[in-house]
Write a protein that binds this ligand. Structure first.
Ligand SMILES: C[S@@+](CC[C@H](N)C(=O)[O-])C[C@H]1O[C@@H](n2cnc3c(N)ncnc32)[C@H](O)[C@@H]1O
Length: 281
């Protein structure tokens, strides 16, 4: 059990998790509107018990907690620094109906038939075995339980990723990670999502195409935004891990040039494509 999702644990509880905590404001400005599309699909009532899968620094858990004053939201994640941040924010906001626990949602036991809703904003694409993870999630839902999450579509529709990959490939001869391997784009293929959910026992699966502009690294200069970009994505950091400082600087300069067309006053403004996925137990 300890060996599963090891690389992800190293990233999210290590340098990657620290970066996400430090950049939380900018990440939430980028991701809040997309997360909201998945929240909008939830049948929220004040007493619901909700699971936030891969809740990170807790923005969605805290937002949902306000809407379920007699209920409870439990955020599970493998990142210790991000969960510490989530707990700190919850206590600052006096949101007592939140709980944050270090737990691998794929591997560790979840209470059976306990949650009314399982939700996630970009926290479900990092499992080594998504079938095992979604069976676990399915088992944790009550009989009429609901699932809603948002995940990225193909990188070609998300130029913040495809353009940066073009840049990195100019410098490093690296094989692309195999399709469906853990990472932001593991769920790019909607047929694969459908297969995972069907095999895990979900019904009434609806996968909606959502396309909208997003602001990355709000308020940052093009250089700061490009630097930050190179540290927040586990696939990119893995690719660059053996590169020396000089090479990293060259990649950064090339990325700045590539991203510059998208840099507006408010930060990097990119088109984006996501799937909004809902299902019933
Ligand atoms: C892209 S971040 C999204 C964080 C947060 N939901 C947000 O929108 O800001 C992905 C999150 O999934 C978490 N994660 C990855 N694998 C996980 C697993 N096996 N179990 C629980 N959480 C996991 C990571 O630690 C990270 O916090």
């Amino acid at each position: 059990m300890e060996d599963k999702n090891l690389k992800q644990k190293e990233f999210w509880s290590g340098a990657g998790g620290d970066v996400w905590v430090n950049k939380q404001r900018e990440m939430d400005i980028m991701l809040n509107p997309l997360g909201q599309r998945a929240i909008d699909k939830l049948a929220l009532s004040p007493d619901k018990i909700i699971l936030d899968i891969g809740c990170g620094c807790g923005a969605t858990s805290l937002e949902i907690a306000k809407q379920i004053p007699q209920g409870k939201i439990i955020g599970l994640d493998i990142s210790v620094p991000m969960l510490d941040q989530a707990s700190k924010l919850a206590s600052e906001m006096s949101l007592m109906n939140t709980e944050f626990q270090v737990k691998d949602v794929q591997v560790e036991e979840l209470k059976s038939e306990y949650f009314d809703i399982a939700f996630s904003r970009f926290g479900v694409m990092f499992f080594e075995d998504p079938f095992e993870a979604f069976k676990n999630i399915h088992n944790s839902l009550k009989q009429d339980g609901q699932l809603s999450f948002v995940c990225w579509q193909n990188a070609s529709l998300n130029p913040w990723q495809s353009l940066s990959m073009q840049v990195i490939k100019q410098f490093l001869d690296l094989p692309a990670p195999p399709p469906q391997s853990p990472g932001p784009f593991a769920f790019e293929d909607k047929e694969y999502i459908k297969e995972i959910l069907e095999v895990s026992g979900f019904q009434e699966i609806v996968i909606t195409d959502n396309q909208e502009d997003i602001v990355m690294f709000s308020g940052k200069s093009i250089r700061e935004a490009s630097e930050d970009y190179l540290t927040i994505n586990p696939v990119v950091t893995e690719m660059l891990k053996n590169s020396g400082d000089e090479l990293k600087e060259e990649i950064l300069e090339a990325l700045i040039t590539k991203f510059s067309d998208f840099h507006k006053n408010e930060g990097l403004l990119f088109p984006s494509a996501t799937w909004i996925v809902t299902a019933k137990k």
